[in-house]
Write a protein that binds this ligand. Structure first.
Ligand SMILES: CC(C)(COP(=O)(O)OP(=O)(O)OC[C@H]1O[C@@H](n2cnc3c(N)ncnc32)[C@H](O)[C@@H]1OP(=O)(O)O)[C@@H](O)C(=O)NCCC(=O)NCCS
Length: 214
């Protein structure tokens, strides 16, 4: 695992006393079930760094990867554009973007976009991608489950996370179901899924290690 692990990774927060204080008010915090140590040890979520430019560019410069993403493929991802996107991802604003490492190798990205202006946030929307060489290995479901758990752990007021998946993106829909997400509605071309703080994740089905190519 990288030594640059996100310093917001606080596994114990939200897992202990179910009553916490928020701006002087007591709020009920549903007890979260900690993921198995083996699953946590395999993944690392950290900010993108300028040194990641080459791998970031290589993974994102793939029209097929963008096919079902909410944003259109911007065309060739040049080194300059990759640098700019990394820089934007590092800006602390309405979103939290993390490079994902699996057993020390960068495999993709998780992003959380806060849905409210309230601090601390109460709802958000995730999006994610894996570099194409990492598709089909079962890496996405534990990645999403861990990232969601981590957000609920860090933000005690966060109650709901949604994900919008293109109705034709069967792999992504399957991955969310495996990670314990519920379908809530269809919104045009998008199937909306949600995970709530109190939802129980079946970690036993997400505990299978994968071998990366190369
Ligand atoms: C979506 C994505 C994260 C999926 O990750 P993954 O780990 O490669 O997913 P897999 O290929 O292992 O597929 C997951 C499941 O979907 C199934 N699946 C894949 N393609 C399918 C299809 N066309 N129809 C039905 N099921 C399909 C797989 O068999 C697998 O099922 P299982 O869990 O029962 O074994 C990855 O493909 C990706 O990054 N895509 C590009 C970006 C993207 O679309 N992001 C999502 C935006 S919401």
């Amino acid at each position: 695992m990288s030594g640059r692990t996100d310093n917001h990774f606080i596994p114990e927060l939200g897992t202990g006393n179910p009553l916490e204080t928020l701006r002087g008010k007591q709020i009920a915090v549903t007890k979260l079930h900690q993921p198995p140590a083996q699953v946590m040890a395999r993944y690392c979520f950290r900010p993108w760094e300028p040194e990641d430019t080459e791998i970031y560019q290589r993974m994102l410069d793939d029209a097929e990867l963008w096919r079902y993403m909410p944003e259109d493929y911007p065309g060739e991802i040049t080194t300059e554009l990759a640098r700019t996107l990394i820089e934007l991802s590092r800006q602390v604003s309405h979103h939290k973007v993390r490079a994902v490492e699996y057993q020390g190798r960068v495999i993709g990205q998780m992003r959380m976009q806060w849905k409210t202006d309230v601090t601390p946030p109460q709802s958000g929307e995730i999006s994610y991608w894996l570099g194409r060489e990492h598709w089909g290995l079962g890496l996405a479901a534990p990645m999403i489950a861990l990232f969601s758990w981590r957000c609920f752990s860090i933000f005690p007021a966060l109650s709901t996370i949604i994900a919008r998946v293109h109705v034709e993106n069967m792999a992504s829909q399957r991955v969310l179901e495996r990670a314990g997400w519920q379908r809530v509605r269809v919104d045009g071309d998008w199937q909306v899924f949600q995970m709530q703080r109190q939802d129980v994740i079946d970690w036993s089905s997400l505990n299978k290690p994968a071998s990366l190519p190369g």
